[in-house]
Design a protein around this ligand. Structure first.
Ligand SMILES: *Cc1c(COP(=O)(O)O)cnc(C)c1O
Length: 416
């Protein structure tokens, strides 16, 4: 097997007792593969972020809601955030209790709020009109409000969710109006939250956001928790040795901010974070197959089954994913070349890796897309009537377990 271009998964023993070649033979191509050890390690790193005692990590399952992975998060002592009734449904199925779930809603119907209320799940609303709607159906109930502290952070305009130019959260200048609605419906504001954006690699913006949120918190006397948001970044350029987010330094600074603030507030309330990507991005790889090679007007194209129906991030956000290559036989070649790796979808934007300089690739090679565990499968679709891939887990013992079967053709007409 070619061993020159798989140093990241090699170092992590990502594939345990199996190989990408065998996995593709058994489960088909493309294929999502997850590594249990890596996921557990990421859960533990965040659980240990703070020394502050009342601290909880809510896994934002929109990043990956495979039931088996949710069960791992639960075993590791994480709670869960939901963005929709569907997410509440799978979280309850995975075994999370109502108290462990926070429903962070955005522009939802009263029926959706009722779905959470019926299951004793706390709802966070993010506008005055949604607060009003909630009061109308759950007079006297508990509620959480999402604020927009006016700062944002993130890797791409589309994922910056705080700051003055986004649709999320309530503007803190509306606190008097909030208080009016709370008292009109006798609502008990038990928590406030924010999420300023996704994929920060330096902690300072996050801390700045937390400090603004704490200033907002001082307006309310009966808070049980403050939820500081997710967005913890991971290094997507591992082949260039990109540095990890410095959790130790972030944790220390946050601890100080939180201990100081609670001393002033007079109550050791709970602090929550809501990471998605950090928990699952690196424990997931996406395998695909090379079926064709061609040169078009001076550019070399590597044709694969990795269309944006399978992994949307490169097309949607211009995201970078490192690429590894696996090969069954050792075809001698020490050439490198610059290529575009493309999928099989009928759109010219269907490029998973652009202008990459890689060892020469041959037909039959397996492409391993790194760090595909977050916003990978959950954004996959049946576009072009392609089947969504299977998902397998490499367990802590190194064995393989099927955790979601591949779509079948019958699935394509299931709802007719
Ligand atoms: C998406 C989202 C998260 C998780 O973001 P990550 O960047 O994956 O950590 C957390 N909270 C809210 C409200 C979100 O919408």
């Amino acid at each position: 097997m070619l061993t020159t271009h798989n140093k990241v998964s090699n170092k992590n023993n990502f594939f345990g007792n199996t190989t990408p070649i065998d996995l593709i033979k058994e489960y088909g191509s493309p294929l999502y593969v997850y590594n249990e050890n890596i996921m557990r390690e990421r859960c533990r790193e965040l659980k240990n972020l703070l020394t502050y005692p009342n601290f909880s990590v809510n896994f934002s399952v929109k990043a990956n809601s495979n039931l088996s992975l949710l069960k791992i998060a639960l075993e590791e002592g994480l709670n869960a955030d939901a963005m929709s009734p569907g997410e509440i449904f799978v979280e309850l199925k995975a075994g999370f209790s109502s108290e462990q779930i926070l429903y962070i809603s955005n522009n939802v119907s009263k029926e959706e709020m009722q779905y959470a209320i019926d299951r004793d799940i706390l709802v966070s609303v993010d506008s005055l009109s949604q607060l009003e709607s909630y009061g109308q159906i759950n007079n006297g109930g508990k509620i959480c409000i999402r604020f927009n502290p006016g700062v944002g952070a993130g890797h791409h305009e589309k994922v910056i969710t705080g700051g003055k130019k986004t649709k999320f959260g309530v503007d803190p200048s509306l606190i008097p109006e909030i208080k009016d609605i709370l008292s009109k419906y006798n609502l008990n504001l038990v928590g406030i939250n924010q999420h300023i954006g996704s994929l920060f690699m330096e902690g300072d913006k996050y801390i700045e956001g937390v400090e603004s949120l704490l200033t907002i918190a001082e307006n309310f006397d009966d808070l049980e928790f403050v939820d500081m948001g997710g967005g913890f970044g991971i290094p997507y350029k591992k082949l260039e040795d990109e540095k990890r987010l410095d959790l130790e330094s972030l944790g220390k600074k946050l601890d100080k901010v939180l201990f100081d603030w609670t001393a002033r507030y007079g109550k050791q309330i709970t602090f929550k974070i809501e990471p998605g990507r950090y928990i699952v991005a690196e424990c997931g790889n996406l395998l695909g197959s090379v079926y064709s090679l061609k040169e078009n007007y001076g550019m070399k194209y590597v044709g694969t089954d990795l269309g944006f129906n399978v992994l949307k991030r490169p097309v949607m956000y211009n995201s970078h994913h490192d690429i590894e290559i696996f090969r069954e036989s050792n075809i001698p070649s020490n050439k490198t070349e610059t290529v575009n790796i493309v999928g099989n979808i009928c759109e010219s934007g269907d490029i998973i890796a652009k202008d990459r300089t890689l060892p020469e690739i041959f037909e039959g090679d397996i492409i391993n897309v790194l760090d595909a565990g977050a916003y990978g499968y959950c954004m996959a679709s049946n576009y072009n009537n392609r089947l969504r891939p299977a998902e397998v887990l490499v367990t802590s013992e190194g064995n393989v377990k099927l955790i979601r079967r591949r779509d079948t053709y019958e699935d394509l007409i299931r709802n007719f």
